[in-house]
Design a protein around this ligand. Sequence first.
Ligand SMILES: [Zn+2]
Length: 280
Amino acid sequence: MLANKEQPAARAGLYGALPSRRLSDDPTQIATQPPSPREAPRVVVANARCLRCGHALAGLTTPVCPECGCPFEFGDPATFATDEFLSQGASGLRNPPGWILIPLTMAAGLAVVTLHSAVVLDQMLTSLLYVLLIGPTLALWAIRTVYALVISARSSIRIPLTRRERLRWLGPPLFIVICGALGWSGAARGLRWIIDEPLLRAEAARILAAPPPTGVLTADRRIGTLTIWQTKVSAGRVHFTTTQSDFLNNVELVYTPPGATPPPQATPLSGPWSWMMWHY
Ligand SMILES: [Zn+2]
């Protein structure tokens, strides 16, 4: 008697306790299904697959995917995949982005920030990274989101996402939005300049106080976030030639102290600073 009174075993797993239903436990199933032998397949569609993971459901007697625990309804084609598009697409698209898209998203976000934090955009590098990395990553996200929404809309079951899955769906897009805001608004460039400017200014003062004998110092060195490969004193100004370029020419940051005149071809930056393209 005790054994008969036992509730169906709760299914432990990612999605919490999903009671496995039996024919005798569920009055709606008794009403819609003929009293056939218990081992008879309950899903008549031969190619029925789990909406979540794509596992084949034909032949099951319990309306729960044995692979991932996703529930479905017998006789309701909206709760399982029945066509090629859904059965093949569901597992990859319904599930949150995995370990290929997440690193891609991180790389794309960092690329946006790095490219747009330079004084002048490197045209070639920017085009390459937008075409090969940033654009495709954004497109993948758009496709995945639309597919997930379409499949969700076609399913009457709301599949509860775990905390970790929710984080995987929301974290990377949030990261992209933050990186995009930093890069495209110019905030990253501003922040970088806040770090580099005092260090460059101190270096300019030091060079002006004790100029190199030839007036030119050619040596790779780090100043803040910049790599300076040449420092030159010219007409009372200090020219820092950076490794940044617009693809063709390197960017030169020019410090013009009070009393000196900035080079005519330079573009003003802020305070005593301006920038110009370095030419041979
Ligand atoms: Zn499944």
